[in-house]
Structure formats: structure tokens, C-alpha cells
Design a binder for this molecule. Structure first.
Ligand SMILES: [Zn+2]
Ligand SMILES: [Zn+2]
Ligand SMILES: [Zn+2]
Length: 94
């Protein structure tokens, strides 16, 4: 039976968590309505012969030992701004 895969990433470096877009995971069961192997012309008995539901979603929680993209970017910009302020203070302005 096909099912959704729900992935969420937690960045341990900053504590932010992001839910990724759900992916569909297809099975190879021709008796599953959602399967690519299911006959599109299955007919009126499909409801009796085939799965009409998706399986309980697979939930994956990934823990990443770093900071998330926006936090890394914010830090990079802060560092850049600090560097520029330092350069300006030293008269290094071009
Ligand atoms: Zn399926
Ligand atoms: Zn069917
Ligand atoms: Zn973050």
C-alpha cells in the first residue's frame, strides 16, 4: 500500500524545526488504487478488490547537528556587517 512520507528536520544547532514537503511512496501492489501498477481501467469492482486507502504515513524525524540555513545566513550577514563596520572604522572605505 502506498503511503505518505513526512519528514521533519530539527536543527540541533539552533533548535529550529522544519517540516519538509510530504512525499508519496508508491508500492508495487496492483491491488492498490494508488499504485503505478494498478490497472487504470480496474472497473467497478475496484472498491471491493483493491486498497482504497493509503497506509499510515511514515514519519521521519531527522536531527541535524548544525544550524538551519536561515540561521547560518543571518550569522554570515552579521559577520559581514561587523567586518564592514570594522573596515569603515579603520578608514578602509574605498
Ligand atoms: Zn500502494
Ligand atoms: Zn482497482
Ligand atoms: Zn535556525
Amino acid at each position: 500500500m502506498c503511503r505518505w512520507r513526512q519528514i521533519s528536520d530539527t536543527y540541533a544547532g539552533c533548535g529550529h524545526a522544519y517540516r519538509l514537503e510530504d512525499e508519496i511512496v508508491h508500492c508495487q501492489d496492483h491491488l492498490c488504487k494508488f499504485s503505478p501498477y494498478h490497472d487504470p481501467n480496474c472497473g467497478p469492482n475496484c472498491k471491493e478488490t483493491c486498497w482504497q486507502y493509503r497506509q499510515f504515513p511514515e514519519q521521519i524525524n531527522r536531527r541535524l547537528d548544525r544550524k538551519c540555513g536561515p540561521c547560518v545566513e543571518a550569522e554570515r550577514r552579521a559577520a559581514q556587517a561587523a567586518y564592514e563596520a570594522q573596515q569603515a572604522a579603520q578608514g578602509g572605505r574605498r
